[in-house]
Structure formats: structure tokens, C-alpha cells
Write a protein that binds this ligand. Sequence first.
Ligand code: HEC
Length: 138
Amino acid sequence: MPRKKVILFLTGCIVWVALYTLGCRTQPKQEARTPVDYIKAIPGPSDPVPVATAKKGEVLIGYSDCFSCHKEDQRSVGPAFKDIAKRYPVNQAYIEYLAKKVIQGGSGSWGNAVMTPHPQLALDNVKVMVSYILSMRE
Ligand code: HEC
């Protein structure tokens, strides 16, 4: 092979390697944690929520700060109420569990966002609020 061609070939290789590494470096970084965009429904029978309870829950939620982080059918800071309803069956055990979570606050079930604690709310009232949220099951 003539010298000129060899040099051309080598330069070509170097340029190619340089572009390749540059290309790798400019690729977007992988997200450390991908958000959960699916709902894993917990299986189990659901009890009906009495209309009067749901109405009362709706009013209580209106008087609290829930809507600053939650929307009915869209994810906001917290999960959409309808998504919460899709996930949990309606029964006393889950109503109690979720009511305690609202009072204590926390994170981890839906991602990294944190729900502030609500120690000022009475457990019985929060249970009514949760019943209203779970009644949005379709
Ligand atoms: C500061 C924002 C914020 C406020 C205010 C707030 N939430 Fe939340 N809520 C969240 C976040 C964030 C989550 C998800 C927590 C998780 O991933 O464990 C959540 C989750 C929930 C859940 C589901 C919990 C679970 O473990 O699946 C319920 C039910 C709920 N909220 C009800 C309420 C009610 C009722 C109120 C009003 C009294 C309220 N939230 C006020 C941010 C908030």
C-alpha cells in the first residue's frame, strides 16, 4: 500500500474513534429512577361506599389541603385520586391503612415525592376522606 493511503486510512480511524467517543459522551444521562407510570392493582373484593359517606368525604377534603398536591384524575405532586382508587380494594383494612398514612405522611408507595403529615386531622374523618377517594373506582 502506498504511504499516503496508509496515513489517510489511519487519520480516518482516529477521526472515527474521536467522533464515536464524543457521541457517547453527549448522550443523555440515564435517569437514576424512572417514575412509576403504571398502577399495580391489589386484588381483593371491594365493598360499596355509601353515598352519604362519599359526600361527607368530598366536603372534608375540600376543607383540607389535599388538593394542593392531589387532583382527581391527574398526577400532581401526589398520585391522582382515581389512580389511588384503582390500586386499593375498598375495605376497612385498606381504609384504615391509608388513613394512617395520610396522618403520618410519607413516601415510597408511588415514588419519591413525600406527603406531609396531617396530625391535626381525626382518624375517623380521614377514613371518610379515604372512602371518598376509593369510591372513585371505575
Ligand atoms: C404535600 C403534598 C400532599 C398533601 C398536602 C397531601 N398529599 Fe396525599 N400524597 C402525596 C404524595 C406525594 C403521595 C404519594 C406517597 C407515596 O408514594 O407513598 C400521597 C399519597 C396519598 C394517598 C395514597 C397513599 C398510599 O400509600 O398509597 C392517599 C390516600 C392520600 N395521599 C390522601 C391525601 C389526603 C386525604 C390529603 C388531605 C388530607 C392529602 N393526601 C394531602 C402528597 C400530598
